[in-house]
Design a protein. Structure first.
Length: 59
């Protein structure tokens, strides 16, 4: 069931409240869901963290 050869990499999904543009980046310490981030590069709307998840990577 668990394989020690696999690594889980955490990611953060950010989404604009206005235009719904999304971007994915590596997780940073201090990230949490609904945290307000910077302004959207497309429409100047507010960008928030909507999801934090991990992806399994095989070596």
């Amino acid at each position: 069931m668990f394989n020690k050869n696999k690594t889980v990499v955490p990611y953060t999904l950010e989404q604009c409240d206005s235009c719904s543009e999304q971007s994915r980046r590596k997780f940073s310490e201090g990230d949490y869901v609904f945290k307000e981030m910077s302004k959207c590069s497309s429409c100047e709307g507010q960008v928030r963290i909507t999801k934090i998840f991990g992806e399994t990577i095989s070596p």
